[in-house]
Design a binder for this molecule. Structure first.
Ligand code: ATP
Ligand code: MG
Length: 250
């Protein structure tokens, strides 16, 4: 059974039809790439899944329940984590604080609830270690980490919510080559732990490296959907820019 299933999802902003009936599904532990030109509707689709937008029509089912009309917090609690492109890290705070931001570990001292920095550091270290993230110390300030390390912290933070699905918006866009490899390894780690991933990316090399299926969105509609093994970069590019259909037509 699919973990996530969208059926004929529609969303308009005034006269702009951002999503014109999107249907696709994500299997547990698999990575699905969502690709498409600027303005194709990728971010709108993800925001509709995570409850930021309410669809005008269609069905969204996750882990056996309908997400339509649910608040973002409830959708998160159901097991969907979204890592936005800006990562939403507190750049002035250290790694451990970022990993537990908004869900700090506390302890009781004479009836007062105090933040347990030591416990947070220990747990953050364990998470970084388990994930194989290359962050040297959890006491480092997030803003001083490299882009790839910051992405690792965002992924570690997402994992504290025990998600079944992690959605990543352009996680490798601003990274150096070695850092890209590291983030791709982290995506492989998520999959090996049974966590599904939706990867939004303009970098097709990354998509082909880690994704099992590729969904191409154009002008708010799914124009192609193929297993990675059954398509090529050339074919995907042709779908993105809209050349494939013209070729078919002659
Ligand atoms: N809140 C909004 N209000 C009005 N129009 C919007 C809103 N959000 C998105 N749109 C429009 O919906 C369409 C799809 O935008 P979306 O941001 O989903 O594209 P995208 O595929 O994520 O593009 P990019 O690759 O540039 O991030 C665009 O025409 C955009 O202008
Ligand atoms: Mg976008």
């Amino acid at each position: 059974m699919s973990l996530l299933r969208l059926e004929d999802v529609r969303k308009s902003f005034g006269v702009i039809e951002a999503l014109r009936g999107v249907t696709f599904s994500v299997e547990p532990g698999s990575a699905v790439a969502l690709v498409g030109d600027n303005g194709a509707g990728k971010s709108t689709l993800m925001k509709t899944i995570t409850g930021v937008h309410t669809p005008d029509a269609g069905r969204i089912e996750f882990d056996g329940q309908s997400l339509v009309g649910m608040a973002p917090g409830a959708i998160r609690a159901a097991g969907i984590e979204m890592i936005y492109q800006d990562l939403a890290l507190a750049k002035q705070r250290d790694v451990a604080t970022n990993i537990f931001l908004g869900r700090e570990i506390t302890r009781n001292v004479l009836g007062l609830r105090l933040i347990d920095a030591k416990a947070m550091r220990a747990q953050a270290e364990a998470m970084i270690e388990k994930l194989g993230a290359r962050v040297k110390s959890v006491t480092q300030i997030a803003g001083q980490l490299s882009g790839g390390q910051q992405q690792s912290v965002a992924i570690a933070r997402a994992l504290t919510f025990n998600p079944k699905l992690v959605i990543m918006d352009e996680p490798t866009a601003a990274l150096a080559v070695r850092e890209i490899e590291h983030v791709l390894d982290l995506i492989r780690t998520l999959k090996s732990r049974g966590i599904a991933v939706i990867l939004i990316s303009h970098r097709l090399t990354d998509v082909f490296a880690v994704c099992d299926r590729i969904v191409v969105l154009r002008q708010g509609a799914v124009i192609a959907e193929d297993p990675t093994s059954a398509t090529s970069m050339k074919a995907v590019v042709a779908h993105i820019v809209g050349a494939a259909e013209e070729t078919v037509k002659g």
